[in-house]
Design a protein around this ligand. Structure first.
Ligand code: PHE
Length: 495
């Protein structure tokens, strides 16, 4: 309602009250003056607030409506009529009648039909006592539905059976209030410079502060659930002494994403069905040439005790740009950088976006976030990997882990990680892990007693479990309800 309209209504009410000392009925007032009653109500409420009027709420039954039960009888007939109609002329047993009608219709129909004296009980049979009955209840219900009036007795009968309920009209009986005046001046809400310099502040009426008004909720500045869970993972990694790897490049060359990881060029994951290749720029500009040669060699003919894959490795394939399919591409860059310096043990982590050309469904999108951790040091073994995974996942609240042998081209051994989820009371797959192969590490130039243990998982999966979201499209992408982001709870996992 606009302010002008409010002003007109207010003026009409105050003008009417000026020379009228009786009590006014808001419904009659609205009808007589051609105003909508809802609008009149809100103006009266505001006038009550400033004591220009006093009022007493009143309510009347405006009309009747059918309850859910009433509606079914209006279309199917009353239960007593249904019951009567279901009795064949030769009679029927109660049990049979009951299965015909269902328990509820039978029960209600029976009571009413007995009351109406429609039934006759034989030894084992029930039969009709009268030849013909009318379904008055249905007729009355249809009348109510059409807005027709019924006499009080009929209304009472339907009310008693809870087949109708009243629609109430709410209004006010009102009268002049203690602070009534012909006009309500709008109180000032601010003390201005002009008020002070011109002296008008002395006569101004100020609006009182409403200390019990509810504050307006803040609309902006909400973190997405993925960011909240990401922060928790970051905290856990940092508590464990890990440094973050720079993962701010979504575009990567096939070389760092695949070849450096000893992933052969015919590997199905390198197919465009699984990987997004870039059209522009389609090739990487520079690669470390001597290292590229060592990678070519290990793929083609092996080395360091490995037989390699024995195929014709192609540089053009390694040059192709793509959207990285895993953050392990960054891990390979970081390990190569480490190998170039005097070796130092390191713990690295990253949490960032990766892309896979997959069919989108309830649990898959063409992109997701990968959480990755790795430790490189001299003499690490599988026991160290299991130990660090135990530490990591127990900080996430999962202290029971199980491992299943798996395969990755760049790790040996490789293990899928399953964790017992105390909330869901079942084992869930929580990640993938392994020890990077010598075929990956030695061509980089890392000392041969250095091993690297690593693991990866998605950020989406734990987030969906934590926030009870079962369709990934409700979590990420253009279909996400902004309300989810505004109202989701804080995230605390682990310690
Ligand atoms: N890169 C793996 C994946 O995409 C995760 C992984 C990381 C596995 C490190 C082993 C070691 O699923």
């Amino acid at each position: 309602m606009n302010t002008l309209k409010l002003q007109t209504l207010e003026d009409a009410i105050l003008g009417f009250l000026e020379n009228y000392e009786q009590i006014v009925d808001s419904g009659e007032f609205a009808a007589q003056h051609g105003f909508s009653h809802d609008e009149i109500m809100s103006v009266i409420q505001s006038l009550i607030g400033s004591e220009f009027v006093v009022a007493q709420p009143i309510s009347r039954i405006e009309r009747w409506q059918l309850t859910a039960e009433g509606k079914t009888y209006a279309s199917n007939g009353s239960p007593e009529f249904q019951l009567y109609s279901a009795i064949p002329s030769e009679g029927i047993s109660c049990a049979e009648l009951k299965t015909k009608l269902g328990d509820l219709v039978f029960k209600i129909g029976w009571q009413q039909a007995i009351k109406n004296k429609w039934l006759e009980m034989g030894k084992a049979q029930v039969s009709r006592k009268v030849d013909h009955v009318e379904d008055n209840v249905k007729a009355m219900l249809l009348k109510i539905d059409d807005g027709e009036a019924l006499d009080q007795q009929d209304l009472d009968a339907l009310k008693r059976r809870k087949l109708i309920s009243p629609i109430k009209w709410n209004g006010y009986l009102f009268n002049k209030g203690p602070k009534y005046a012909r006009e309500r001046k709008k109180p000032a809400t601010d003390l201005t410079r002009e008020n002070l310099s011109g002296g008008t502040w002395k006569s101004l009426e100020f609006k009182e502060y409403n200390y019990s008004a509810k504050g307006a909720p803040v609309e902006g500045g909400h973190l997405h659930p993925l960011l909240k869970v990401k922060q928790q993972f970051q905290m856990i990694f940092r508590q464990m002494g890990f440094e973050e790897m720079p993962t701010n490049n979504y575009v990567e060359s096939s070389f760092w994403n695949f070849d450096a990881l000893f992933q052969p060029q015919q590997h199905p994951a390198r197919d465009s069905h699984d990987t997004f290749f870039l059209r522009e720029p389609c090739k990487t500009r520079t690669l470390p040439e001597d290292y590229v040669e060592r990678v070519r060699h290990i793929h083609e003919s092996g080395g360091y005790g490995s037989r390699g894959y024995g195929y014709d490795w192609k540089r053009e394939e390694a040059n192709k740009n793509l959207l990285r399919t895993h953050t392990t591409a960054v891990s390979s860059r970081m390990l190569y950088a480490l190998a170039k310096k005097h070796f130092e043990a390191k713990k690295y982590y990253s949490i960032n976006r990766v892309f896979r050309n997959e069919a989108v469904d309830r649990t898959h999108l063409a992109e997701f976030h990968q959480v990755e951790g790795l430790i490189c040091d001299r003499g690490l073994g599988l026991g160290d990997l299991k130990g660090v995974l135990g530490d990591f996942f127990s900080r996430l609240g999962m202290s029971k882990l199980r491992f299943k042998p798996a395969y990755n081209p760049y790790t040996e051994p490789s293990m899928e990680i399953f964790g017992y989820h105390e909330g869901l009371k079942k084992w869930v797959e929580v990640g993938n892990s392994g020890m990077f192969r010598p075929e990956m590490l030695l061509p980089m130039g890392l000392p041969d007693d250095v091993s690297v243990i690593a693991w990866g998982l998605s950020l989406e999966r734990p987030t969906m479990i934590l926030y009870g979201i079962n369709n990934i499209r409700d979590l990420f992408g253009h279909k996400v309800d902004l309300q989810l982001i505004k109202s989701n709870g804080i995230c605390r996992i682990g310690l």
